[in-house]
Ligand binder design. Sequence first.
Ligand SMILES: [Fe+2]
Length: 387
Amino acid sequence: MQDVGSLIRNDSVHRSIYTDQHIFDMEMDLIFNKTWVFLAHACEIAEEGDYKTTYIGRHPIIVTRLAGGTVTALINRCRHRGPIVCQHEYGNSKHFRCPYHSWTYDNSGNLIGVPMPQGYGKSFDRTQLGLTRVPRVAEYQGFIFGCMTEFGPTLEEHLGGITKFLDAYVAVSPTGKIDLFEGTQKCGYNGNWKYQLENGVDPYHVGALHLSAVTPEAMEIYRQGRGSVVAMDGHGVTDHTDWGPMPVDASLSGGFNLVIFPNLIVLRSQIRTVRPIAVDRTEIYTNAVRLQNVAEDVNLRRMRDQEFEFGAAGTFFTDDLEIFERTQEGLQSGAVDWVVFARGLDREEMRNGYMTGSMSDETQHRGMYQNWKRMMTSVTSPALAAE
Ligand SMILES: [Fe+2]
């Protein structure tokens, strides 16, 4: 096994970070098991007893609102023989019962029922057999995250400068809070999860891959290179706010794209959750975002944006999904090792404390890969130690 740090150069990354199953295993361990991972929006579990099932890397997760309003996240894995105890995407329940042998847990995870308990001896301690809890759960502007480590940066420290953009994102709503439309659009592609993270903040490709989908006015702005890209605390930002009047519908949020490493993308009308499944398989869940206390036609325009542009059948997203699979195919070739992220290296500059590039540059990608490298080399991986 080569040194993982050597796979990331300032102007390029090695193809194996997209194709090597061992690297993927390390990512699950050193990234998804260590940092804050997006779980749910608060509106998805608004009422006491509401739950949603999701994932932190390979862990199936139940995130649920308890009595009193606090949110907890549990590993969705029966402590008896291991099946997931809840297979529904959403619901409301005070308990979760494993369908295999009916071990039953309350929604804070305590084991409250075992059929025919007399079969277990004195050493059987049900207080030790509750659903495993995700050590930390925290929320920012309605976005709920979980972290598999007990210690480390707080959620706000992890988000860093991104908090300012999340504040602006929800401020478009008259109440200062957003909701999601009911229902999640799911799709998947046969390619590495990081293509979607790169693509979420990649203005350079818009005028090429999406030529047929972009209006002439917007295309002119891309050609002029207005706006900026920012490497922000390990996350990526495309900032269009200095475009002036937006060429897109004013009912849409922000004027920026955010890639919140490692699994959340925030776009003008939508949030996107990235689920890595294997080195060459990824699922993406998209949710259209609603504003509170606005005329319904404003929200319907946002839903049209989901349907026609950024949703699973939208003009933009279908182009992107296709190119992710073509990229995976191209990178199978070991004849060429390096993937180039050199654009803007000679013109990027520190602005407001963050490395900032011109609209079509790859500054934000370089920042995300330096963060990837830091996480992948910060401690010895058990997977590596076993080699
Ligand atoms: Fe795209």
